[in-house]
Design a protein around this ligand. Sequence first.
Ligand SMILES: Nc1nc2c(ncn2[C@@H]2O[C@H](COP(=O)(O)OP(=O)(O)OP(=O)(O)O)[C@@H](O)[C@H]2O)c(=O)[nH]1
Ligand SMILES: [Mg+2]
Length: 491
Amino acid sequence: MPSSPTTFSDEARIALENLADRTAGLVEPTLRFGVTGLSRAGKTVFITALVHNLLSGGRLPMFRAQQSGRIARTYLEPQPDDAVPRFQYEEHIAALVDERIWPDSTRAISQLRLTIEFESASAWSRLLSGGRLSIDIVDYPGEWLLDLPLLRQDFREFSAAAVALARSPARADLSQEWLALSAAIDPKAKADEFDARKLAAAFTTYLRACKSDERALSTLPPGRFLMPGDLEGSPALTFAPLPDLPEGKPPRGSLWAMMERRYESYKSVVVKPFFRNHFVRLDRQIVLVDALQAMNAGHEAVVDLERALSDILACFRPGRSNWLSALLTRRIDRVLVAATKADHLHHESHDRLERIVRRLVDRAGAKIDFSGAKLEVLAMAAVRATREATAEQDGETLPVIVGTPLAGETIDGEIFDGETKTGIFPGDLPANPEFLFKIPAGGPNQPLVHDLNFVRFRPPELERTAEGLTLSLPQIRLDRALEFLFGDWLA
Ligand SMILES: Nc1nc2c(ncn2[C@@H]2O[C@H](COP(=O)(O)OP(=O)(O)OP(=O)(O)O)[C@@H](O)[C@H]2O)c(=O)[nH]1
Ligand SMILES: [Mg+2]
């Protein structure tokens, strides 16, 4: 049995805080909704589109409360947690709608409270909730989840796992320099700040190379090495795993002892507070994945995405909860894994993308007990940047997608200026997802699907109705995501 990642006093504190959350929730029902995904997966765009569609009453046919006209009013309210940055909804939506640019990358946690006043379909819940639901949306990097397993690992275990991964065929060429540097330094030698910095820098360079667009690897803990935030340069980030540690304990004053101490600081300064203050308080969770990017980077990237998904899903310790445990510790009872950016494909491939992600999740989640919690998979686009059309080629009618490629994108040698619209044939995904797990003839780092066309588009121009009303941002299957995530609370 792995030991619990928290100590008893942590558990007691979590229980008390959850009790406080719940008591407040009796007066005003609140749902804490976590949004996560590895960097660039589409978290910021998803939250912005979700809030925008609810605030502006967007067309969401599969989101029943909205479709049946039972939502009276939706508005933003100040969030309850004063120490967490607010999600900058107004800036992000202005970028998307007014400037038609994608919002800036964000690297930390942020939060937003959305309150929905609705008419419940059932008399019971009208009586109990008074028709108000507050949703606290918490946006945090998926990389932080990949750090949670570190709570169960000591420095020796962490080093062994990191080095084994670095020596795997998919990464060996990238980790060479760092491993050579580590081999030249004796872990039992006297601790030296300069050595520690050199090792940490070489280790970080290796992690960064894994993450580059061509490789698109996902499992790269410790997460803060690639997004240090305000901890940049601090001792808690100036360490590296050490290969082939000898038996026994590190000698006092050695480099090994210093690295071990800093690794433990990383856990207590970075990982534990996230776990305690944010993670354990969630009720519902969406995990966004950019499966298209992984497929485009090749077999290794897909295998690595599966590994990351497996680690991420293992963090949600859902389970059957009785009334007491529901009161004491929150349990995530619904997890949605959503493939984003489906607007890069023709709708005929949306179901295929969904099937591909389901296959990945099945493999990743095989070892995890989801009893009592629902796990759903979806292919969606929070913002649909393209529309569909057909084109004639050699007497054949082909489905195309039409949009404005970002400035600088090239198609067949033509460089786009960010203003010109064009139609492309997006290509098809294979019907059978098993292709994901076979190394293609070209090698493990070649695109898995050859005729897929990847072009990045600008956010769409908003359409107007005949009466001159501006419509909400278009989306694909965002309504299905909302129904799964909140539908039962608004029933
Ligand atoms: N076409 C399309 N592109 C999207 C969509 N969502 C995200 N993107 C693209 O993906 C990029 C990253 O999206 P973000 O929402 O910023 O991703 P994030 O997960 O918040 O990224 P970080 O904050 O950097 O971790 C955007 O700049 C867009 O180019 C979508 O629904 N459709
Ligand atoms: Mg973001």
